[in-house]
Design a binder for this molecule. Structure first.
Ligand SMILES: C[S@@+](CC[C@H](N)C(=O)[O-])C[C@H]1O[C@@H](n2cnc3c(N)ncnc32)[C@H](O)[C@@H]1O
Length: 263
């Protein structure tokens, strides 16, 4: 599914981000506020195809998540379970992210939001979390979860297939966990992340190893390419690999850290 992202919508998005910055200020001043959801697409935007008519690199990979009938509880049971490496290792992953008070982090493809909730505490009242997704069922669920927990430093963002829809230099870290292989327009999405990152910003990519003969069949069929291919694609979008971090709990996944490439 492709959407036209108009200048008006961009302006609206940036205005809303400015509003969230105002809310950040309000939070810092101890003024109560509600979680804000950024609805970045207007009714008319969604019906207009992109002129370029780009081809998805993996058509249908997100059909479950785009389904307006998606059963959120079923996905909570699937994502937030100790047998899932990226859930079981969440504390170790959080330690590796080295988040400090005041940082701004984008949880790209936040899903059911358990990482955004951990990030909210890690960056504190002076920091900010953007929980970004394109699923029409996950996005309202995320807002509801943050409101219930009275988190006053999280903004939920309904993004586009080819952009995370954040303004320039708005975040210090972009976290992409079990999501990169779901990007249908990985070059465009990574370039939108490049723009949204501050000068010294970092990108964390956690994804599945894909090694024929070693990796289980389901993953081979589900994940379109191996780690080396993903690294090349991400570097082509303007990043530089700075480290692969060891996560003790990982057998099937890897953790990569990128910075913006120095000119
Ligand atoms: C397998 S889930 C992972 C969710 C979460 N990160 C976790 O690890 O539990 C993939 C998520 O990425 C989202 N997604 C897919 N393509 C995306 C894109 N281009 N931009 C933002 N989110 C995307 C899906 O809607 C879904 O919520």
């Amino acid at each position: 599914m492709q959407h036209f992202f108009s200048t008006q919508t961009l302006l609206l998005t940036y205005a809303l981000i400015a509003l969230s910055t105002a809310s950040q200020l309000a939070a810092a001043q101890g003024i109560a506020k509600e979680t804000i959801t950024l609805q970045t697409k207007t009714e008319s935007d969604t019906s207009v195809a992109k002129e370029s008519d780009k081809q998805s690199i993996n058509p249908g990979i997100n059909s479950n998540f785009l389904d307006p009938e998606l059963d959120v509880d079923q996905w909570v049971a699937r994502f937030e379970v100790e047998s899932r490496e990226v859930y079981q290792s969440r504390k170790e992953i959080l330690d590796q992210l080295k988040l400090t008070s005041g940082m701004r982090i984008a949880d790209v493809g936040a899903g059911t939001g358990f990482y955004s909730i951990l990030f909210s505490e890690a960056v504190g009242d002076a920091g900010w979390v953007y929980a970004i997704d394109l699923s029409p069922k996950f996005v309202p669920y995320l807002s509801q979860q943050f409101d219930q927990r009275k988190l006053n430093n999280v903004t939920t963002v309904m993004c586009d297939q080819d952009s995370i829809c954040l303004p320039p230099s708005s975040v210090d870290v972009a976290f992409i966990c079990d999501v990169y292989h779901h990007f249908e327009f990985p070059g465009d999405t990574m370039r939108s992340i490049h723009r949204a990152l501050s000068k010294d910003g970092r990108v964390i990519v956690i994804d599945f190893e894909r090694i024929p003969g070693v990796t289980r069949e389901w993953t081979i069929n589900h994940v379109r390419a191996d780690k080396a291919t993903f690294i090349n694609e991400i570097q082509d979008a303007g990043f530089e690999l700075i480290a692969e971090r060891k996560i003790q709990g990982f057998k099937d996944n890897y953790f990569l850290e990128f910075s913006k490439r120095r000119q």
